[in-house]
Design a protein around this ligand. Sequence first.
Ligand code: GLU
Length: 482
Amino acid sequence: MTTPRLRFAPSPTGYLHVGGARTALFNWLYARRHGGQFLLRVEDTDKARSTDESTRAIFEGLQWLGLDWDEPVVYQGANLARHRADAERLLASGHAYRCFCSAFELDARRKQAELSEGAFKYDRRCDQLDRAEVARRVAAGEPSVVRFRVPEVQSTGWNDLVHGEISFPNKDIEDFVVLRSDGTPIYNMAVTSDDIAMRITLVMRGDDHISNTPKQIMLYRALGAELPQFAHLPMIHGTDGKKLSKRHGATAVADWQHEGILPQAMVNFLALLGWSPGGAFDEVMAMDELVAKFDADGLLKKASVFDTKKLEWMNGQHLARTPVDQLEPLVTTQLLKDGTVTRALLQERDAAYRAALGVLRGRSRTIMELASQVPIFLQYRIDPAAAAKVWPDATAALAVIDLARDAMQAAPTWEPEAIEQALRTAAEQRGLGVGKVLGPVRMALTGSASSPGISIVLGVLGRDESLARLAAAHAYVAGSAA
Ligand code: GLU
C-alpha cells in the first residue's frame, strides 16, 4: 500500500467558508488516520478573482482549526508551464487536437443547435483538419485552443468512496478545451496536471465537482497516469433544507471564531457534517478521537444540516471540558474587549477568577456568554435599576438580607449547597415564596438580578466576600430608604 496523499485545493476568492473547512478537515483526518500526507494547493489561476488577502484568510482559518499541512503550499499559478506541457503532450500523443473555431462562431452554432436539435456539442470539425493545414494556420498566427478528444467508449466512471459507482456516458461529453488560445489551462487540465504531479491518491472534494470527474479521469488515462480514488462529499444545507448561504447566518469560519466558538468544537461539529463513526457514539469528540475513528466507511451520502444551535451546544460541551488554564487567555481577551473588567482586577482577584471559570465553563455556550458572567464575581457593583425592581420595599429587603447573613454566620462550615437549602427552608418557615428570598439574596450577593445559582455564587465568592457583600447591600438599601 502506498501512503495516502490528499490535498485541499481552495480557490482564494473569498474567506474560508464552512463547506471548504469541512472538505479540508475530512482530507486532513483521512491523511492523519492513515499516516499519509495532507497537502495544500492554492488554486489561484483566476487572477481576476484571487487575492492575497483571501489566501491569508484560508491559511489562518486552517491554522485556527489545527489543520496543518505537510509540504510547502503549492500555488497552481506557478505551474502554468507544466499544465501547458501536459496539454502539449496530449496533442503529441493524439489525444487532443487544435481547434480554430472562434468563440463567436461557436456561439452562433450553439444558438442554431438550440433552435433545432436542442443541446449543443462541438461537432469536431477541427479534428478533420490535416496536419499540414494545422501547421500552416498555427504558423500564420491564427489563434487556436487545444481540445481533448473524448474517447469513443460507452462511458467513464469510477467507484466513488461516498456514492459508489458513478458513470457518465461519453456521448454526453463534448471534446472539451484544455488549453485556451492564450496558452492558459482550463480548470480540469490544471487540476489533473497538479494532482498527478503531487501524487495525490485520493481526491476528496465537494460533490459540485462530480461532473468534472469523468473529464479528469479521461485526462489521467490519456496522460498515462494512475487514477486516484475519488470521494465527493454531499452538500451542506441550512436547517430549512436549502443550500447553506449567508441567509442562514455566519458561513465564514472566522466569523464563528469571533462568535466565541472554540476551534475544537468547530472541528467536532464539522466532522459530523457528512460523517459518522457508526453505531451508537458520543458526539462530543476531541481531535485525537476523531483521527482515531475517521474513515471513508463513515462518509454519508445525504446532505448534512448546519444547525447553529447544535454548534453552540457542541461548543458548550467543549467549553466544559477545557482546562481553566487554557480557557483563561480566551476569556481574558474577551473581558478586556468588553471592557467590563480591568487587567489589574483580573490579576488581583486571580483565584476568584479561576474559580469562576471553573464553574462558568459548564454553564455557557460561547466564550462571550461565559465572559459576560464573570464580572459579578470579581467586583461588586449594585445595578440601581435591578435593585429598584428586586428590592421595591426596603424593610422587606433588609429582612431578607439579614436573614441570609444570619444563615451564613450560623453555618458551621462553608457549604454553599447547605446554605442555599437553609435559605429555602427559612423562606418556607416564614411563608414566603422561595423566589422572594433567593431573588433579593442574589441581588445582594451579585449586585445583579441574574446570575448562576446561589450555591454556585457562594462557592466562588467564599465566606468573607459573601458576608462583606451582604453588609454592603444592607448599607445600600438602608441608605436609599433614608
Ligand atoms: N478549487 C476548487 C474549488 O475550490 C477545488 C478543486 C478540487 O478540489 O478539485 O472548488
